[in-house]
Design a protein around this ligand. Structure first.
Ligand SMILES: [Zn+2]
Length: 300
């Protein structure tokens, strides 16, 4: 069995174990709330998409003065009520990138922070609510896409302040999307790694729209950003991504850089990715535990 098949089998087993937990969120029957194993300020919110590899995480960091919600999921059920039941602090909302499985609940909030290069894509999505990503939920529970939500662009290095010494910094990590970011909590050392670095494959594929900043939707831009930012990752304690396993060790970042370098040097040495039935996702490179599914047109 190829290494990547082993990792995907592990991911599937992990997702099944999380999905089997009771849906313990009174305000939102689609979510499971899981306290972080290391940081008592953090709750992870799991949405079970019931599609292999698609179940998504949101993360709530409850600081001493403010809370930060990272991503808003697919828009199934009352997310705002769910997070307000977990904290009475004022809540800032940030999305790691514009894709619909991370922004579907935006319409419940007055303002959402978004990486600046993804803002035009997010606004395009908000202007076309019929083409949203559809979660599996009752129609009455679908959060409407609202064009009333204010979108605030944020750039690399922007810091959210959650209280005394509680800073969460945005780290621009293009590739999957032009603006895609990771968020580093300097107090805990947890890197909320979105869809950039995760235990399932990072997708850098030509099916994603590339109207703006196509040069940032490449394997090369992704690798260069990771290499440039390695000094900022020095104090990372673990990775909590947007899909797949929580609590990945930071050695995974170096494995990802290796994987991206192999694609750039030997793009033909991929394996065939047949985990999903999608002609737009056919090439996978695997190095150590890191996996990238890519299109040849998105390498440079
Ligand atoms: Zn995603």
């Amino acid at each position: 069995m190829s290494e990547w098949k082993k990792w995907m089998a592990e991911n599937d087993a992990y997702a099944a174990s999380v999905a089997a937990l009771p849906h313990n969120c009174q305000a939102n029957p689609y979510l499971t709330v899981i306290p972080d194993a290391d940081d008592p300020r953090v709750r992870h919110l799991f949405y079970d998409a019931r599609i292999p590899g698609a179940s998504a995480w949101m993360h709530l960091i409850i600081g001493s003065e403010r809370a930060l919600l990272i991503d808003t999921g697919m828009g199934a059920g009352d997310l705002k009520g769910a997070v307000q039941a977990l904290t009475d602090k004022p809540i800032d909302v940030v999305v790691t990138h514009f894709h619909g499985d991370h922004t579907g609940g935006n319409g419940q909030f007055a303002r959402v922070y978004c990486p600046e290069e993804d803002v035009p894509y997010l606004k395009q999505q908000m202007a076309d609510p019929e083409h949203r990503m559809r979660p599996l939920c009752d129609e009455k529970d679908l959060v409407p896409i609202s064009d009333q939500t204010e979108v605030i662009p944020v750039a690399d290095g922007y810091c959210f302040q959650l209280g005394d010494g509680e800073t969460v910094e945005m780290i621009h990590t293009p590739g999957h999307t032009p603006g895609g970011c990771m968020l580093l909590d300097h107090k805990s050392g947890i890197l909320y790694s979105g869809d950039a670095v995760l235990s399932t494959p990072t997708l850098v594929i030509d099916r994603f729209p590339n109207t703006w900043f196509p040069e940032l939707m490449t394997v090369t831009a992704f690798r260069d950003a990771l290499i440039k930012n390695m000094p900022r990752f020095e104090h990372v304690t673990k990775l909590c991504p947007g899909h797949g396993k929580l609590g990945i060790d930071k050695g995974y970042l170096a494995e990802m850089i290796d994987c991206l370098g192999q694609i750039i040097q030997h793009p033909e040495q991929h394996e065939t990715y047949d985990y999903v039935d999608d002609p737009g996702q056919r090439q996978i490179m695997c190095a150590g535990r890191a996996m990238v599914v890519y299109s040849d047109s998105r390498i440079r």
